[in-house]
Design a protein around this ligand. Structure first.
Ligand code: B12
Ligand code: SF4
Length: 655
């Protein structure tokens, strides 16, 4: 019997919410089922809560906290973002307790397992990919290091049986040895349910994240049959989507409901709706059991339809993240988006978002910038699309910097290669610097010294029309701020698009507003250099627009005003299923009806209830400067007096 301590290394959660990592909790349950003792330490939670104040000796204190638990085996989980911390932590633990076996797993070391074993002596075993059975097999032979090389699905040091040796503490030495591949779990119902009792409560996570209730994860499926150029999922989980049975999925949802204090469940499968029938079954079973948890998921645009969305909404689905990436066919082709999405034009994408809106499900539109060969015109098309999408109720935006990782094996294919740029963090590794924007020298040196293991920390700089590489700071600022600005100022940017370039306007504004250009200027509203807070973005942009043309200034002020009267939180999404269930009856028939609108709410925009102090859609259209015919078509009842009043009101608002 081994006592394994599973540890989440320190990282900064970049989404503003926090949840325990599922991998270690699944593995803890498997270890127990195999007769071992499991323990879990979430260092990210401790830091977030202030139990471990960040500072130069953070990792030393983390190492002390690990050893206080007295494990026989240390299991470190890692994403790309937490890989440097995991490796440094392993080193600190090794110095303090040299004979403690250290196993590294998770999506961080994906495809660089050999390099990790060759270059980082403090790690003894790297688990390759899905590891629900791998860890228990290792624990069964934990006190016989010579046998580790016989466990399928790992990379270890060769040890005596394969031409290596053992060190003074009995740990294997020698070159890296990749053992026989471990087949993926064919029937996911066989995977143990997460050991929730190992993690702190949803209430503890919610409090640490500053939320009233938690967002907790659920593993209902794994893998994807597509192979988008930037994505690590099909490489890690396999190019075939697998799922739990509906009954087991409903069991897992019930287990989460029993934990209490969960506001919303986060379905971790990247392709949740790939099997339409199974999703319908899960929804039916969830409702049959009277499970009232709200949930959100991620999928592709070509894997939803109006009926499915309505059924999902009725079963509590609150929000869906779609990997839209781009509306430019050439870009979709280049990134191998594939499927029917490849043929979807802007109107088709908008139609999906509008279907979701009708069903009462909020949408997150995931887009990309910095794609190889991206032209200004392509970028402008995508930004104009984002501004259009942002005007649909319930839509929020996100924008990512296209990049490659060791995990998707594309780094070598990128023209111009990838580069490490100080002060700029690649999208897939955000959250590695604690606090934000302040990479400590030890971590910076580690990343700089190893281009292979830390390949994902390098960024791709696409060439412009003139063959010049993009400026990384401009790209970084755009990818970190554009979504927010377009969400808050969709009408303003639509106006920009009519006469010029959204990209130029954005980049010019961000150059002006971001801290990288204003060293020491005391920008306390900046969470990290180059990243504006929502409030900072809104006030700065509205103020900046006053120095541009008058129409732009008017619209920007109007939209800034809207933003200031709308609340932003998970509560803002149009259908909060909990409020619509008749208490105690399990009756769900009513869920697709829109939330009743209080009289003091004039309209709902991007899911935000805009209070009476804001303006009506009619005024919004007037403010947008629609031409007279279009305005009359949309508002046949508006006479000249009404129009004059509207202009006067807007004028007052602008001053
Ligand atoms: C939930 C989730 C989050 C959560 C929580 C992450 C967490 N620590 O668990 C939140 C929302 C915080 C998050 C944030 C981010 N995420 Co995220 N996230 C996911 C998501 C959707 C599910 C993860 C999950 O729970 N999977 C299910 C569990 C069971 O799998 P698992 O944790 O990998 O564990 C298995 C194996 O990895 C292994 N294993 C895991 N740990 C260990 C430990 C040991 C000792 C062993 C032996 C084995 C082992 O065994 C487990 C069972 O098979 C994945 C996509 C996906 N489907 O996996 C993306 C994903 C992990 N995230 C990703 C990214 C890019 C991010 C962000 C950088 C996004 C951003 N730009 O801000 C941030 C970084 C956060 C940070 N570090 O600061 C990428 C990671 C790429 C990579 N290779 O690392 C993924 C793969 C999505 C993608 N395809 O791009 N994320
Ligand atoms: S982005 Fe989505 S569809 Fe593409 S490979 Fe990744 S999970 Fe699959």
């Amino acid at each position: 019997m081994a006592r394994v301590l599973l540890v989440q290394p320190p990282h900064r959660d970049t989404f503003g919410y926090s949840m325990p990592p599922l991998g270690p909790l699944h593995l803890g349950a498997s270890a127990r089922a195999a007769g071992h003792e499991a323990d879990f330490l979430d260092l990210a939670l401790l830091i977030r809560r202030g139990d471990l104040p960040s500072g130069p000796d953070l990792l030393d204190r983390c190492a002390d906290a690990i050893l206080e638990r007295g494990p026989d085996v240390l299991g470190l989980t890692s994403m790309l973002s937490s890989l440097p911390a995991a490796l440094l932590l392993a080193e600190k633990v090794r110095k303090r307790r040299p004979g403690l076996p250290v196993v590294l797993g998770g999506q961080g070391p994906e495809t660089v397992e050999e390099e990790v074993i060759e270059r980082y002596p403090s790690v003894d075993v790297v688990a390759v990919g899905e590891a629900d059975r791998t860890l228990t097999d290792l624990l069964d032979v934990w006190d016989c290091p010579e046998a580790w090389g016989a466990v399928p699905g790992v990379v270890v040091r060769a040890g005596p049986r394969h031409g290596g040796g053992l060190d003074a503490h009995g740990l294997p030495t020698g070159p890296a040895l990749r053992t026989e591949a471990r087949p993926l779990v064919a029937d996911l119902d066989e995977v143990c349910s997460p050991a929730w009792d190992l993690a702190e409560s949803p209430r503890a996570y919610a409090e640490a994240a500053g939320e009233e209730a938690a967002l907790f994860p659920i593993d209902l499926g794994r893998g994807c049959s597509h192979a988008c150029s930037f994505c690590t999922t099909p490489v890690f989980w396999g190019r075939r989507a697998r799922h739990l049975s509906a009954a087991r999925a409903a069991d897992e949802l019930d287990r989460l409901a029993a934990l209490g204090d969960i506001d919303c469940v986060y379905v971790t499968h990247d392709l949740f709706t790939f099997d339409r029938q199974r999703v319908l079954e899960i929804c039916a079973e969830k409702q049959r059991r009277g499970n009232r948890l709200a949930w959100e998921c991620r999928t592709r645009l070509d894997l939803v339809d109006e009926d499915l969305l309505a059924t999902m909404a009725a079963a509590g689905c609150r929000r869906i993240l779609y990997g839209v990436e781009s509306i430019v066919p050439r870009q979709l082709l280049a990134m191998a988006k594939g499927g029917r999405q490849q043929g979807m034009d802007e109107d088709a994408v908008i139609a999906v978002l509008e279907s979701a809106q009708r069903a009462g499900v909020a949408s997150i539109v995931g887009t990309m910038t910095g794609l190889p060969g991206e032209t200004r015109a392509e970028l402008d098309r995508n930004l104009a699309f984002m501004a259009r999408a942002a005007r649909i109720d319930g839509v929020s935006l996100s924008m990512h910097w296209w990049n490659v990782t060791p995990g998707n094996g594309r780094a070598a294919e990128v023209p111009g290669g990838v580069h490490l740029v100080p002060g700029v963090s690649a999208d897939l590794v955000r959250g590695f610097d604690i606090p934000a924007g302040q990479t400590d020298p030890e971590t910076a040196d580690l990343i700089a010294a190893d281009e292979t293991v830390f390949g994902a920390f390098r960024v791709h700089l696409p060439l412009d029309e003139h063959g010049r590489p993009a400026d990384p700071t401009t790209l970084y600022r755009r990818s970190r701020n554009a979504h927010l600005l377009l969400e808050v100022f969709p009408r303003t940017f639509a106006h920009v698009a009519r006469t010029g370039s959204i990209a130029d306007t954005l980049d010019t504004f961000l150059r002006h507003a971001c801290a990288l250009d204003l060293p020491g200027a005391g920008n306390t509203d900046l969470a990290e250099p180059s990243v504006l807070t929502r409030e900072g973005a809104v006030t700065r942009f509205a103020a900046w627009c006053t120095d541009t043309d008058a129409d732009l200034a008017l619209l920007a002020r109007y939209e800034a005003r809207l933003a200031s009267t709308a609340t932003t939180s998970l509560e803002r999404f149009p259908a909060d299923p909990r409020s619509l269930f008749a208490e105690g009856t399990g009756d769900t028939t009513d869920l697709t009806t829109p939330t009743p609108t209080p009289t003091d709410i004039l309209f709902v925009r991007r899911g935000d209830s805009v209070q009476a102090t804001a303006l009506s859609p009619f005024l919004a259209d007037v403010a947008e400067g629609l031409d007279g015919d279009e305005l009359r078509r949309r508002w046949p009842d508006a006479d000249d007096d009404t129009l004059r009043d509207a202009h006067a009101l807007l004028q007052r608002l602008a001053t």
